[in-house]
Write a protein that binds this ligand. Sequence first.
Ligand SMILES: Nc1ncnc2c1ncn2[C@@H]1O[C@H](COP(=O)(O)OP(=O)(O)OP(=O)(O)O)[C@@H](O)[C@H]1O
Ligand SMILES: [Mg+2]
Length: 333
Amino acid sequence: MEPQDGAPCEVCGLVPLAPSLTRAARVVAHSPAMQALLKRVARFAVSDAPVAIRGETGSGKEVVARLLHANGSRPDGPFVAVNVAALPAELLESELFGHGRGAFTGAGSGRRGLFEEASGGTLFLDEIGEMSAALQAKLLRALQDGEVRRVGENRAFAVDARVVCATHRDLRDAVRDGRFREDLYYRLRVLELTVPPLRDRHEDILPLARRFVRDERRPLRGFTPPAEAALLAHAWPGNVRELANAVRHGAALAASSEIALEDLPEELAGSIARPVDAPRGDGRGGEPWLTLAALERVHVLRVLDACGGSQSEAARVLGIGRNTLWRKLRAWA
Ligand SMILES: Nc1ncnc2c1ncn2[C@@H]1O[C@H](COP(=O)(O)OP(=O)(O)OP(=O)(O)O)[C@@H](O)[C@H]1O
Ligand SMILES: [Mg+2]
């Protein structure tokens, strides 16, 4: 299911990101929810209209923004990411729009803003919901006129950047509460994408976890079955980023070639249901015995992973009907 470097993915038709962009350059998307999202990404990428990406923290909004850029009409142009929430409003204004010579104390010589830097490419505005009212007005003008004015200057500079923005909350609420301009909202939200939380795409958990294990320097084979069961049972409020950190934690502590349950962060150990009076393990390597349900889930998802996410192939290997497999997957979702 994961596309080879440079070749379009068979499922979604997307060209994977240039490997140089990030280590997680290729996107793991085994779950139906992510495959549906990538199909939308592929359709949206060819347009230059603004895209608004919604999703919980750590779910992969920036990954999606980079995919849009890499598959768009100007993949060789710059991809400029700005975290709106990370800077105070005045600083953000001069970062985004640039400033003229001596526009404020310490401004020194004039400087291009990130909007200008992103010309011919993509401007990614992360946490757009946190933008101040004054900057919202300025952003709206830039989008309407296709030009920006540096702080302290009257001259306008033409900009031609595709704007992609992201937010972890529903902007409609912010519009209703008067914290976000309605006209800007409609301008930014021409195309909309929602990245599903990791708990709604359990087929992605083990493939992602293995990807993160491979990223580690240590030669590790993977996880013990109880560790996999815990990864599958956890609710992942911090989504993919939390999973990456859990794997890093596990890899740092692993005493053998497999990451065991006790190597994972403490909050994961509590997530697998175990009979209270079970004999003290050996489920393997001194680990607790798993319930049949937990073991079944690990086994089914392992097979599905080995079959590249194909449910019909996995059902055949497991010796059950497709519908039975589908029902199981749905029950665990
Ligand atoms: N589908 C995926 N395949 C591979 N790696 C992923 C995937 N989704 C997310 N990641 C990785 O998880 C981490 C978090 O992703 P990203 O930064 O895109 O999330 P985000 O939604 O922008 O988070 P935040 O809300 O904190 O800004 C990154 O290291 C990213 O590379
Ligand atoms: Mg982000």
